[in-house]
Design a protein around this ligand. Structure first.
Ligand code: C5P
Length: 219
């Protein structure tokens, strides 16, 4: 009989990029594929969790039974997370949320200009930090960090600042890690600042390691 360690647990996962509209035909986005978040959501569902997957624009498909909410912008993702956070026992924010969005969305397609064109940007809401602020002691909150330099210090800082239980660091300096890759190399930091380094693995295997780290916190 298959063991279901997440049975009875409600888990929310965010995945993929966000698109921030400039005008009706253009947006600011990023190269996140959504693969890591979808692998996590599928693995959690296999382990018995009741999963809500909040996905930015992606061509990924999930293979397990879960509730999927498709969103486009950071604001949409925030709204969906906010509506689902309170009932989530575990929340994993894997999405590559845009940090800035155009201050104004042009109603019509912006025409080519003779001279340079400046686009004014404003900050988006930090979804993870917002959830960290309202988190109850029994809720588990997991964030991701993707850094190109001084990665360990940034990862630890994020754990504190955003009130997280775990932070999963993926390094772009490691071969076989990153956005479009089918593999990833992670280091997990826990609240006690315990540090676990993993080898390069498929994103499905990485998802299992992350689930095990979360299970240690639940027990
Ligand atoms: O601060 P930084 O963007 O590096 O933090 C990354 C973590 O925060 C990821 O878990 C990401 O999903 C989350 N995040 C978020 N909302 C934002 C920016 C990042 O939830 N606006």
């Amino acid at each position: 009989k298959k063991s279901m360690p997440f049975f009875g647990k409600k888990v929310m996962v965010t995945a993929g990029p966000t698109y921030e509209a400039i005008d009706p035909v253009r947006f600011i986005g990023n190269h996140s594929s959504g693969k890591m978040g979808f692998a996590l959501a599928d693995e959690l569902a296999k382990l018995g969790a009741e999963v809500t997957l909040i996905a930015g624009p992606t061509s990924e498909k999930s293979t397990e039974a879960l509730t999927r909410i498709d969103v486009i912008s950071a604001q949409d993702m925030f709204n969906a997370c906010n509506a689902n956070f309170e009932q989530s026992d575990v929340t994993i924010m894997c999405a590559a949320v845009a940090d800035y969005r155009p201050k104004m969305i042009a109603e019509q397609k912006i025409k080519k200009q003779e001279s340079d064109f400046n686009l004014a940007l404003e900050k988006t809401v930090d979804i993870l930090a917002s959830m960290g602020k309202i988190k109850k002691p029994e809720q588990i909150l997991v964030g991701f960090a993707l850094e190109t330099n001084d990665e360990e210090n940034y990862a630890k800082g994020k754990l504190e600042r955003k009130n997280l239980d775990l932070v999963v660091l993926n390094s772009l300096n490691d071969k076989g890690a990153g956005f479009k890759s089918d593999t990833n190399k992670i280091t997990i930091f826990s609240r006690a600042l315990e540090r676990t380094v993993f080898d390069v693995k498929s994103k499905n295997e990485v998802a299992k390691d992350i689930c095990n780290a979360i299970l240690k916190l639940i027990k």
